[in-house]
Design a protein around this ligand. Sequence first.
Ligand code: HEC
Length: 386
Amino acid sequence: MPPPAPVEPPTLSPLALTPVSGTRPVASEVMATSGAVGLTLISGQVAVATLDRVSTRAGTSLSPVPVGAVGDESLGTVRGLARRGTTSLVLTSTGVFLERQGRLLRSPLSDGLQLGSAKGLDVVGAGATEAWWLRTDTGLQRATASGVDLVSLDDPRGGGSVKAVVGRDATTALVVRGERLYLIDVAEPKVTALARGVGVISASARLDDGTVLFATDAGLLRVSPTNEVALLTLGELPAVRDVWADGEQALVTSNGALSSLVADTLTTLGDVASPQASGLVRDASGALFVLDGASLKRLAAPAETPVTFADVRPFFTAHCTSCHTSGANYAPVFNLTNLAVARTWAQRSLARVKNVDMPMPPASSGLLRPAQYQVLERWVAQGLLP
Ligand code: HEC
């Protein structure tokens, strides 16, 4: 990659947000977890990663996700977790593993990667436009269906190792190297320095609208979809430990609290004594989990009102009935606006909505985001209430 233009990017001046206190849910301790390196989602469920395995929660114990087609392979050493919708990719010393129907399978694309030096992974796009961005200490690797590219980043003004990479799409990504933030475009190719003095990064997340957030020791670094950079501080102490994207909302841990951030409104949701980086997850049913010291805690969603058919019917009308009521586009006929019919088809509908390989509505109309089908997921989870 060519070096960025020799113009110094701005240093960041913090913008202070004051938290408002929300309803504080009671933290119910779920279980002790030793050696956890992070949390993620596997099939919509909270999953705990340790150095050599990824496990989902089964009641009050953890059950390892089987590795390989028959479930007898080993993962190697876990180096990074990347969320893909409601499930995850796992980067290890031996490859990148994809979750398929409750198993972790090594992707054949792993063979083209330089795994020895890979430290972290981000996934962006879906299907044919999916791209993986991997970071190493000194550069990046980008993997797409057409192969793997090695990307080097040279800036005579700024050195240091690559601390974070978050993809914007298959050709552009935000990269933190040393104390600088860059936007790289491998298609042009072009590097733009966006900011300096960004602090030490501990986690990152991408909201549905394309906003990217980095948890840093200096605050929450926010990069808008048009690449404007702001440093938000969220209370007395600047350090933000962790950030998780939940649709248009960000969940962050800082100052011993777990808060939600929507635009510039910060709401405290609960207390966390010693939050761990990459230890924050909202599962598909809407429950929040945090790695707090050596325990995995679940925070009950505040005042959760049950989902009824009246809540879920608009979802079906917006996304499904155009084909399924009439049988248009060769769709099987079932009327999802009828309670009895919808109940019969609810489980299968949810499975297809979440199935990235055979999605509903069909892939040509674009995958639905978890935030869009959460209503269906909760209707099913809460017992198909009328
Ligand atoms: C553009 C038309 C179209 C839309 C919109 C659409 N579907 Fe479908 N659906 C189809 C077609 C065609 C099939 C049969 C082929 C297949 O299974 O992929 C199908 C199959 C299904 C099946 C499997 C039926 C079976 O016999 O197992 C389910 C369940 C389903 N759709 C649910 C949904 C839900 C829920 C939505 C809305 C979120 C939706 N569909 C939106 C066209 C559509």
